[in-house]
Ligand binder design. Sequence first.
Ligand code: NAD
Length: 480
Amino acid sequence: MWGRAKATSPDEEAIAAAVGTTREVFLSGRTRSVSSRIERLRALRALILDNRSSFAGALWEDLGKSRQEVELTESDVVLGEISFALRNLRRWTRRRRVPVPMALQPASAGLLAEPLGVILVVSPWNYPVQLLLAPLVGVLAAGNAAVLKPSELAPATSRLIARLVPEYFPDGAVSVVEGGVDETTAVLAQRFDHIVFTGSAGVGRVVLRAAAEHLTPVTLELGGKSPVWFDDDEGLQEAARRIVWAKFTNAGQTCVAPDYVLTTPGRVEPLIAAMRSALIDLWGAEPRTNPQYGRIATDRHFDRLVSLFEGVDIAVGGAHDRAERYIAPSIVTLAQSGEMVIGPQSPAPVLQDEIFGPILPIVAVPSVEAAIHAINATEKPLALYVFSGSARVRRLFEERTSSGALVHDAAIIHVGAPTLPFGGVGGSGMGAYHGAYSWSSFSHLKPILRKPLRPDTLRAVQPGSHGIVRRLAQVLLRVG
Ligand code: NAD
């Protein structure tokens, strides 16, 4: 549904009209100049800073996120992206001269980064501010107009954004369509110049199919099972603390959260013991009463997660309460026989799909080679985390696995670095954004070549020119 009103049923005409209005703003050229891009980035910063309390309230209502967590994992990431874009914008937008080969001389050439047009951003519920507004930073910095589709599963945040956007972008360069599957289907029927989708692989396929109708390029930010390898006995306490912090922040509902840990059999028990005490340190002995510990977003996800406790041994946690959608931080192990299989073919449900909740399986494998084999036998993950004291092992993971990102001795923090591209590979997505990578994803680098009419050197390759001269020119020009 468009703008401020509450979504009831998709009004396709209203959605089409609204996308059309956003396109008119883009075609008017008002989003292109560097000064207007700076103005819009500042407007986005003001939208966040002026409404910190409202965002904290909405995210508490939607996901039980504490204010501290909202600032660290939602607004600060967007604000960091805005500062980075503001610092670099003039340099990025500068037209770059490029050399022209002798055969084409006299001529001059350059590269102009032009905006793509109207970009649709569709976001999920787990970081409903960050994953909607961080892409928007790059979209605006590159001079585009945007249509935002927040997640219906974070309704308070969606309503807040739909209310604030027209206030801070009164000219309509950014607009919001609220709603769920029907509304997203109606939006996707429209023609966009690029789509940024963050969500599950299943819906990613729906988006890609819809985009194909208009030959629209797509950035797909998907999820998957992000593994951890652990063998760093010296760093056991620190590694355990970092892994559980990354895993159980937002109650495990983070796309780059560690999904499972692979380690050798002798390390399972010491790792679990270290994780148990790290959990108490971070969220106390009773996380349910700690306002810093989140809740599961929906009943459906709660039921799905609780069913994963079947067939595993619960080493830590396991408590849950449907009325509150609370699941304690839980660490589980699996009795297994034969080769470890990760992914849809695994006999253990907890190892089949992305867990996306506060359950962490610790899986014993005989060796680092067996771990790499198991990881490579399934979809390429969005992130891979290696906690190893051995340079050889670190290099093995760097060279013999493929993932959206690889982080040594920490997890999830790479998302906060605007100097690193954020995105998946293979099953975890396509394309990347953040910092300068957003800029290049949402711009078209247009070559502009000028060849003066005089002297008319192109005559040499045209019919009627002398045979030898023509052949020579063709070789130099590599045409014909
Ligand atoms: P989702 O795919 O269910 O929904 C994402 C968006 O798609 C929502 O805005 C929703 O309204 C829309 N949508 C849902 N079903 C649709 C349909 N049939 N047709 C058209 N649109 C539809 O994802 P989610 O449950 O909100 O988020 C969880 C998933 O997102 C996990 O897989 C997680 O790993 C992934 N994720 C990835 C990243 C990343 O940056 N790579 C970040 C967060 C979450």
